[in-house]
Write a protein that binds this ligand. Structure first.
Ligand SMILES: Nc1ncnc2c1ncn2[C@@H]1O[C@H](COP(=O)(O)OP(=O)(O)OP(=O)(O)O)[C@@H](O)[C@H]1O
Length: 611
């Protein structure tokens, strides 16, 4: 229950104010009853010509009324303040932490998960306000009940007013439930619209958009997405307003009927004028009370659009972290075993990897090859623990990988073909690969060295502290290849990994740089293999690297079709042999100049060695 959680957090953040608010809720309700009874006493005393009693009653009523008004104000402000503090200091950081610490990628790639995340992120204050609004609901209900008791004392038939609240409340709940569901439905288009705007504003993407003269089209798509999202929300608002309006009309009708009824009681002498004035006051207030009740219920329901996703995030992060407490080994002894692993992307119809079985001995270098879309990167993501296999098991030294999470992630160094361009200092852009040691300049230099990128530090005006990226004050932009080297160095920050993953990490580099990097990485892999039994997994189009691997894994449409060393696979004469030969033919053809008008930019000396 979110309101209970909010109260507990508020208590932890500010005990005094929490007590003030809860105390005021009780006092105000007592003062409210006193005001109503006081008004009746004043009027009846005046009617009976008892001026002293009338004056005393007026004084008590005025004080009770003043206390109610001041209490309302203080309570409202204090509650807003606590909700804001709890939202910003407790919920927002927790939400950020839960989202950032999720071990896999499913929450970012499955649309329904991403929608919930986008609804809850940065909405901690709304969540806290929703919790306090629930306290408001309780307070408003107490006030309405007190009113009903006072009305019943005048005539029990007035209790029928209570019945009117049920349809009004139900209509309002429907109205706001509809709004919450619309927010969730619109979230996907809102995300799309934000993404398309990023595409036309972020330097990396905008170049391609400009080159294709697609700016207008992207903007049209963004506008269409915005219109769909806003259409969903506007339609839901109109329907909700109609429902809430119908609820209000029911209440007003009851108000009029009640007044006519009491006037008749007074006219027939069954009740006093004091009773009439009290009923007029109470019923008049009842309307605003019910409106307030409906308003606070609406706040709770609006917050429910966030509480639902918040609850989901909590339970999802608990499930995602179901890993055991097993300690991480310091070194691999047997290696990684993949047993009958299949994997289907969230929301996808067909599996992307099917029944892969593979033993990777500790200390080995494995190359994964296959056509585009054959599942190479997916296999790498599974090894990194970004996704759990849909079926089958992944064992690290005989231990299921999920029992080692999240520590397994800390034992991995990885560089991918898609890389982030973090616009911070060079030191931070590399150091973030091992966050606890981000300030260790020597470690950052060693990572740059392992990635053949030491020249970056010497070329940049302020060395490691140079801001990289054009958006920073004094920032220096890097070339595509330099950015890739930064990403590679980031992947090399950890100096004692048990698994090195390289998924086409040099695609943006020229052949000599690529050659130098692979020579260094090969040396690094061997050193780490000896010391820690570290396994290296490389996805590469570079056959000189592939052929020197201890084990080559050939994937074809998600299935493992061939497995062995270069010589073994060439001996089989299957897919690998054909790929290798095609590569050599294309390469030599290009080198001879029969590339059909395509200028070959990589010469034999630039890194390829096929024999
Ligand atoms: N996040 C995703 N959601 C759904 N399907 C995906 C996702 N990522 C990849 N796929 C699909 O899974 C299949 C394998 O993709 P993967 O990236 O593993 O192939 P690959 O062999 O690494 O390709 P490439 O050589 O082009 O990098 C492809 O059909 C791809 O469309």
């Amino acid at each position: 229950m979110t309101w209970w959680l909010v109260l507990r957090r508020s208590w932890a953040v500010d005990r005094f104010r929490t007590l003030v608010v809860l105390g005021l809720v009780l006092v105000q309700n007592a003062m409210f009853v006193l005001t109503a009874v006081g008004i009746r006493a004043v009027v009846d005393s005046a009617t009976d010509r008892r001026p002293g009693a009338a004056l005393a009653g007026a004084a008590v009523t005025a004080i009770a009324f003043a206390l109610t008004a001041v209490g309302d104000f203080v309570q409202f402000q204090t509650r807003l303040d606590i909700a804001d503090r709890v939202g910003r200091l407790e919920f927002d950081p927790q939400i950020q932490q839960m989202s950032a610490a999720l071990p896999g990628l499913e929450h970012l790639e499955r649309a329904s998960y991403a929608d919930r995340l986008s609804l809850v992120q940065g909405r901690g204050t709304l969540l806290a306000e929703g919790g306090w609004a629930a306290v408001d609901v309780v307070s408003s209900v107490i006030r309405v009940l007190a009113t009903m008791v006072l009305l019943a004392a005048v005539h029990p038939a007035l209790l029928l007013m209570l019945l009117l609240m049920l349809p009004a409340g139900a209509l309002n709940a429907l109205a706001y439930g509809r709004l919450g569901r619309a927010a969730l439905r619109a979230a996907e288009d809102e995300r799309l619209e934000r993404h398309l705007h990023e595409v036309v504003t972020q330097p990396e993407a905008v170049r391609q958009v400009r080159a294709a003269s697609a700016h207008g089209e992207v903007m049209r798509l963004a506008t269409a997405a915005w219109q769909r999202a806003s259409g969903i929300q506007v339609a839901a608002s109109i329907r909700s307003a109609a429902l809430a309006g119908a609820g209000g009309a029911v209440v007003v009708l009851g108000y009029v009927v009640a007044l006519v009824f009491v006037v008749r009681l007074v006219a027939t002498g069954q009740r006093t004028i004091g009773d009439l004035i009290m009923v007029v006051t109470l019923v008049g207030q009842l309307r605003s009370m019910i409106e307030r009740l409906l308003y606070v219920v609406s706040r709770v329901l609006t917050a429910a659009a966030v509480t639902g996703p918040y609850r989901w995030l909590e339970s999802y992060s608990r499930r995602a972290w179901r890993g055991g407490d097993l300690p991480m080994p310091d070194r691999l002894t047997t290696g990684i075993a993949i047993h009958d692993v299949s994997f289907t992307y969230p929301g996808a119809a067909d599996p992307c990897l099917e029944r892969i079985t593979l033993d990777i001995p500790a200390g080995s270098v494995v190359a994964v090859v296959g056509e585009h879309g054959s599942g190479k990167s997916t296999l790498v993501k599974l090894l990194a623990g970004f996704y759990p296999p849909t079926s089958g098991r992944l064992l690290i030294d005989g231990v299921p990988v999920e029992d080692l999470q999240p520590r397994w992630r800390d034992a991995i160094s990885a560089a991918f073909q898609d890389f982030g361009r973090y616009q911070v200092s060079l030191r931070e852009a590399v150091g973030v690969g091992d966050l606890p040691r981000i300030d260790d300049a020597d470690l950052v230099r060693a990572a740059l060295d392992r990635s053949a990128a030491t020249d970056l530090e010497t070329r940049l005006p302020a060395g490691l502290e140079t801001p990289v990226g054009p958006l920073l004050p004094g920032g220096v932009d890097l070339s595509g290849g330099q950015w890739q080297k930064v990403a590679l160095a980031r992947g090399n920050m950890r100096d004692t990994p048990l698994l090195l993953l390289f998924d086409e990490p040099t695609a943006a580099l020229d052949a000599p740089s690529e050659d130098e990097i692979f020579t260094r990485q090969a040396h690094l892999s061997r050193t780490l293999a000896e010391r820690f039994g570290t396994i290296t997994v490389v996805v590469s189009h570079r056959f000189s690297t592939v052929r020197s691997a201890d084990l080559i894994v050939v994937l074809d449409r998600g299935r493992l079709t061939e497995l062995g060393t270069h010589d073994e696979l060439m001996g089989i004469g299957g897919r690998y042999a054909r790929m290798y030969e095609m590569h050599c033919t294309a390469y030599h053809g290009a080198a001879r100049g029969d590339a059909g008008g395509v200028v070959a930019t990589a010469g034999p000396a630039e890194g390829e060695n096929h024999q």
